[in-house]
Design a protein around this ligand. Structure first.
Ligand code: AMP
Length: 420
């Protein structure tokens, strides 16, 4: 399935393209056709599945062309962080629609929020407590709401927000489209959900957990050290057949070339290859001419090679599902396999989502030997990678090590992922 099948308005199509989304995730494929028809929906899906865009895109589609001064969509979330995340997703996918959104949550001044509301917003993303505050002081009006969304309903229940939400619902029109998203459906919220939704469609994304025979390990590493780290691991461990995933075609091609220069039997599989080249790469990997295949997710679809000993996430995947798909290439049919993930500081949130989905913490690994960058040249990273890192603010450990000889740089850094 492709995003073009949804018949989104041109501004939304352009934003999807710009965001880099190519294929709808499973929850998007299941939920969006119903939501685009205006139906109520119960979505059983957790963070990392692409659930935010699953409700944001149909909402933008419905409201695009109606941008104005009245709040037409309300999204309730259990935490400020989630409110911000949803708001960012709306801004990214709604650019070009002229729809405005704002967040309302506690812990920050109300004045700024009131000013935004006065200027006119179409979509409010709020935590229940602060929204009630605004309703009590009549600084927000929910009488024009057409779309109501509860995100992470189970978390809201855990946090004791249900009475607040009931109060909020009294101020929202009954005639509306409603959606509830929740990772689980405990008894306490089942009746509550029935109160909110009318004849809902239920969709469920079952997280298929990777097989228990896979060992997961995480290396916390700066972007610029990834190739040196990969080289080190390939040299120091028996890795019979290794599948390496990169985010872009450019990186896949350059990384394979660099590994060849280091003396490894590596090749790449990426979208720029002709059918013939693709076949050659696949056959070579299958028969052992190459024991390392560097691929992008799209190119790797359908790879069915038995006996892959290692999967390396050179770049962290965008969704939990993709992680599951990638690492599922190893450890098949009760063979054991190792899944190594190279994570930078920016990947912390996705790693937590993956761990939540796995139901376990991923073992942190460190390389004690100094990583040599000598063979590593800038061409492996996408041309803009180092510039991007500078713009986002290079990790502290990197900034501190500036000027030191390359070999003495720290091989990893702790980006504060919980180990508990
Ligand atoms: P969520 O489950 O909504 O928190 O989304 C998890 C991550 O998946 C976010 O970084 C989204 O930007 C990303 N995402 C959502 N939809 C897609 C898609 N169709 N293709 C690639 N990434 C996506």
């Amino acid at each position: 399935m492709n995003f073009t099948e949804f018949d989104f308005k041109p501004a939304i199509v352009a934003a999807i393209k710009k965001s880099g989304y190519t294929t709808p995730t499973e929850i998007q494929q299941q939920a969006m056709p119903h939501l685009m028809q205006g139906l109520d929906l119960l979505g059983l899906a957790q963070t990392g599945t692409g659930k935010t865009a699953a409700f944001v895109l149909p909402t933008l589609q419905r409201l695009a062309g109606e941008a104005g001064k009245k709040v037409k969509a309300l999204i309730l979330t259990p935490t400020r962080e989630l409110s911000e995340q949803v708001h960012e997703n709306i801004q990214m996918l709604g650019q070009g629609t002229r729809l405005k959104s704002c967040t309302l949550y506690g812990g920050v001044s109300k004045a700024g929020q009131i000013q935004k509301l006065r200027q006119g917003v179409d979509i409010v993303v709020a935590c229940p407590g602060r929204l009630l505050d605004h309703l009590n002081s009549k600084t927000v009006d929910l009488s024009s709401i057409e779309v109501l969304i509860l995100d992470e309903a189970d978390q809201m229940c855990d946090k004791g927000f249900l009475p607040d939400i009931r109060r909020i619902l009294k101020q929202v029109p009954r005639q509306r489209q409603s959606m509830v998203f929740s990772a689980t459906m405990p008894k306490e919220i089942r009746c509550f959900v029935e109160e909110i939704l009318t004849n809902p469609v239920t969709v469920r994304v079952n997280h298929e957990k990777p097989t228990a025979t896979i060992k997961h390990a995480l290396f916390q590493v700066a972007q610029t050290q990834k190739t040196a780290l990969l080289k080190h691991i390939l040299q120091s461990e028996p890795m019979t057949t290794t599948l390496v995933f990169t985010r872009t075609k450019h990186k896949a091609k350059n990384l394979a070339r660099q590994l060849q220069q280091f003396g490894f039997k590596a090749t790449s599989l990426q979208g720029n290859l002709s059918q013939n080249q693709r076949k050659k790469a696949m056959d070579g990997f299958r028969t052992g001419t190459f024991n390392i295949l560097v691929a992008t997710d799209i190119a790797a679809r359908g790879i069915d090679v038995s006996g892959i000993s290692h999967v390396v996430n050179y770049d962290v995947p965008d969704t939990v599902e993709t992680y599951t798909h990638r690492v599922g290439r190893t450890g098949r049919a009760l063979q054991t396999g190792d899944a190594y993930t190279f994570a930078t500081r920016e990947d912390a949130r996705m790693i937590l989502s993956v761990e939540r989905s796995l139901g376990q913490n991923i073992t942190r690994k460190k390389v004690d030997a100094p990583l040599s960058n000598q063979d590593h040249n800038a061409s492996t990273a996408a041309p803009s990678a180092s510039t991007d890192e500078k713009r986002r603010g290079a990790p502290v450990s990197r900034r501190k090590t500036k000027g030191k000889p390359k070999q003495q740089r720290s091989n990893s850094f702790d980006f504060g992922l919980s180990a508990s």
